[in-house]
Design a protein around this ligand. Structure first.
Ligand SMILES: NC(=O)C1=CN([C@@H]2O[C@H](COP(=O)(O)OP(=O)(O)OC[C@H]3O[C@@H](n4cnc5c(N)ncnc54)[C@H](O)[C@@H]3O)[C@@H](O)[C@H]2O)[C@@H](O)CC1
Ligand SMILES: Nc1ncnc2c1ncn2[C@@H]1O[C@H](COP(=O)(O)OP(=O)(O)O)[C@@H](O)[C@H]1O
Ligand SMILES: [K+]
Length: 508
């Protein structure tokens, strides 16, 4: 836990946390004026680097986002670019620093009008920042509408106006940016959809806020990176043997037999010393012929759950996964529930995925009450809605909060999957993943993820870190495979990912 440092470059700041950091910086002696000057310069530098000289329109809003816009405009003008500036707001309500840069702007100040776009090649969106909580209306809205219709290139300051920096939600219309320049640290809304898709390339600029100001804040959100968890990673011991690396147990069902096979193979690849697939006797042959390094064990007809319990009496079976292909049709639902409850009763690290979650849709409380040990749940949005309908409704549009509340309610680490997977701990910490390519949207990739997690749990990795590490490795493996990825490829590309990871992070 100690390594999830608040000063980490991976820490993410909500709009109000950014405000607090800003205040603390000013108290520490960095003038607000200097912060704004540095912010505007950083944006201008990023524009000069990305675009060649062209006609720029800077759209300034009523707050400090607009203040940054005045600075950018002046820098670009001084660099010899043709710049026009339009302001929507009132001079009287500008902050002292924004008012200063308003005065310092050497060009004309025009009113918002969409025909300004006729003579424009590049728009600088300095209308609203990350703290916006309602839709744009009136002139700013008309402007955004026109920018979208004309498909104009946009550089956004802090966030594309209309995106909530804290949640990534979009209020009404938002003009997508090609480049977004934000300050000091990323905000969750840069990583969560739809915000992430509207930011284009994201640049984080240092504007002189001293990192130690973060120590005083109560921060608990990070962008996923090995930096957060590599120090705790269960590296194989030089003198180790397979029993040092744990023994994962995977339950496999009768119909979707591929799912748990993917899970079992993924657990082996992740480094579990041994993996046992426990399956109903009538499908045993199917599994046994398909698996090689994975052991396949039989569960007797109509007493599968009891046999599963018996298997778990052996304390060397130190991590369990139930869900992929477990089955929900007819009697299978009851069996899946029993198997899940048997796993949870051991209080050993358990991963619940897919059917292992959906089997409790009628009464999720039974599941939550049974969770008394380390547990990682991996719902996709559909499964999440089944287990946490109230949280889902009440906090629609706020994935980070939904995952956090679900983790708290269930006392499990919750991995809310998707293109912007969130990993939440019951203690309130959360990590947003950002390395997963869209190629992962393919059947079976979630089953592989469940296997990666259990593989790390078997080796003794703490569940929150195991969850974050597995999600990151999953994304890296998918990047290794590239386009055309099928789920089978993921475990088989993991060795390259693990090797590169070890090369960069292992220290004896
Ligand atoms: N450390 C920092 O926090 C720094 C922040 N800076 C800039 O400051 C910005 C934040 O400034 P502000 O807090 O002033 O926020 P904004 O610039 O987003 O402006 C908020 C203002 O707009 C009004 N408003 C909000 N929603 C509206 C709507 N839908 N329609 C009409 N008016 C609306 C609010 O009442 C408020 O007056 C950041 O995005 C960034 O660009 C930079 O100057 C550098 C330093
Ligand atoms: N567009 C996307 N970009 C990145 N990752 C994605 C995307 N869509 C899905 N994923 C990831 O792929 C996996 C899919 O899991 P899941 O929905 O359980 O599928 P399945 O049940 O077929 O295995 C999850 O890890 C999810 O985060
Ligand atoms: K903006």
């Amino acid at each position: 836990m100690d390594h999830m440092d608040k000063q980490h470059p991976q820490i993410l700041l909500t709009a109000s946390e950014m405000g607090e950091a800003d205040k603390a910086a000013v108290q520490a002696g960095v003038p607000a004026m200097e912060l704004m000057a540095a912010a505007g310069k950083a944006v201008a530098d990023a524009v000069l680097e990305r675009w060649s000289r062209c006609r720029v329109l800077v759209l300034c809003g009523p707050g400090n986002n607009g203040g940054d816009g005045f600075v950018v405009a002046q820098f670009l003008l001084s660099a010899g670019w043709p710049v026009r500036l339009a302001f929507w707001g009132s001079v009287e309500t500008l902050s002292a620093e924004a008012a200063y840069f308003y005065q310092a702007w050497q060009g004309e100040i025009e009113a918002f009008a969409t025909d300004l776009l006729d003579q424009t090649d590049l728009v600088i969106d300095a209308m609203f920042g990350a703290g916006l909580t309602r839709s744009l209306e009136g002139k700013p809205r008309d402007m955004v509408d026109a920018i979208i219709k004309r498909k104009m290139p946009v550089c956004a300051i802090d966030v594309p106006s209309g995106v909530d920096g804290t949640t990534g939600a979009a209020f009404g219309l938002v003009a997508p940016a090609e480049l977004t320049v934000t300050f000091f640290r990323k905000k969750p809304g840069h990583l969560l959809f739809p915000g992430r898709g509207l930011c284009g390339k994201l640049v984080v600029a240092d504007i002189g806020i001293p990192a130690p100001v973060l120590d005083e804040l109560n921060l608990h959100t990070w962008e996923n990176s090995p930096e957060l968890w590599y120090r705790e990673y269960p590296w194989p011991r030089l003198d180790g043997h397979k029993f040092h690396r744990g023994h994962a147990v995977v339950f496999g069902g009768e119909n979707m037999t591929g799912a748990s096979r993917l899970t079992a193979r993924a657990a082996m690849r992740m480094g579990a010393g041994l993996v046992t697939l426990a399956v109903p006797i009538k499908v045993w042959a199917i599994y046994a012929t398909a698996m090689t390094c994975v052991m396949v064990t039989k569960l007797e007809q109509s007493q599968e759950a009891e046999d599963f319990e018996e298997l778990l009496l052996d304390p060397r079976h130190n991590a369990i996964v139930v869900g992929p292909g477990a089955g929900l049709a007819g009697f299978e639902r009851i069996r899946t529930r029993k198997i899940v409850l048997a796993a949870l009763a051991t209080n050993r690290p358990t991963v619940l995925d897919a059917d292992g979650l959906s089997a409790f849709a009628d009464d999720p409380k039974i599941l939550f009450e049974a969770i008394n040990g380390p547990c990682v749940m991996t719902p996709h949005e559909g499964e999440f809605a089944r287990l946490f309908p109230d949280i889902n409704e009440e906090h629609a549009g706020d994935k980070l909060r939904r995952a956090r509340l679900a983790a708290k309610l269930s006392a499990a680490v919750v991995i809310l999957k998707g293109a912007d997977t969130v990993i939440a701990s019951p203690d309130g910490r959360a990590i947003i993943n950002s390395n997963a390519p869209a190629d992962l949207a393919t059947g079976g990739s979630g089953d592989v993820l469940a296997g990666f997690i259990v593989g790390l749990l078997a080796q003794g990795f703490e569940p929150f870190y195991a969850a974050a590490a597995a999600v990151w490795m999953h994304g890296e493996a998918a990047c290794e495979v590239g386009a055309g990825l099928i789920a089978e490829d993921l475990p088989d590309h993991l060795p390259k990912v693990l090797t590169a990871f070890k090369k960069q992070y292992y220290t004896d």
